[in-house]
Design a protein around this ligand. Sequence first.
Ligand code: IPD
Ligand code: CA
Length: 306
Amino acid sequence: MCELTGLTACKTHSRRIFLQGIEKTKIVMDDPWMECMDHCIAVTKEAGKMIREALQKDISIMQKSSPVDLVTETDQKVETLIISSIKKKYPDHSFIGEESVAAGAPSILTDNPTWIIDPIDGTTNFVHRFPFVSVSVGFTVNKEIEFGVVYSCIEEKMYTARKGKGAFCNGLPIKVSGQEDITKSLVLTEMGFKSDAQNFRTMMTNMESILSIPVHGIRAPGSAAVNMCLVACGAADAYYHIGIHCWDMAGGAAIIREAGGVIMDITGGPFDLMSRRLITASSKAIAEHISQKIQLFPCGRDDTEN
Ligand code: IPD
Ligand code: CA
């Protein structure tokens, strides 16, 4: 069994191939994307180590789109590390990385195998040394998420999920709480706010509507990918958010699905990775209840803004 993925299903078999006239025996995975996932876990671990080391030094902070949209040199270094390592092995694959997009790269999802990367999800936590900071990678083929890896690197929790093969944390299977009663639920959301007063009011009204259902409570841990993993392992029962990005959601979406959770659009329709919004929950009943309670506000799409 693989120590980190917990998967026993990644059987291999030998195939004889000819390379430059020399017969070689090659180990070929039954699952074509499993090798990519193994590589992803290795590079994500390395990235997490880089982040932990950076926390021991001074952190210089830069602003992106607003005073609450932060970036550091470490975000950029980690993304470079991940993309260059993957590119070396898979030169034909595509990438959507948060910091590359910030530097002008397109964020258009195609059918090509695509790595969707957030080098540090929870940059504000990182600069404050608040301990929920993750590296998040989702991998899509034909626009479908094949696997997700989220490494909550201060807690040293490696969450992984391969489509159809379950979700794991440090190699142990995880599943959602299964809670169906929203009045017994703990709900996660985030309060990221970029200058629009009307959106801010709607966001606060939404929180009030959820709290007055009532629910047991609302928490905002500060990393969308970690939030999804907290729902996936049953520590929380739902997470909703309007205004996040595909790199915040891609890794966690695989994990929540494989942990038996529900993921849908805020409107109650199918989840759309490029839509910048989501509800995830331990059950359809809770997800639908949240969808009925909250009001939408415009936040654009990841594939039309750039
Ligand atoms: C942010 C985090 C945060 C959420 C923001 C995201 P970043 O990602 O996921 O929880 O509230 O909307 O942008 O900027 O730290 O990668
Ligand atoms: Ca980030």
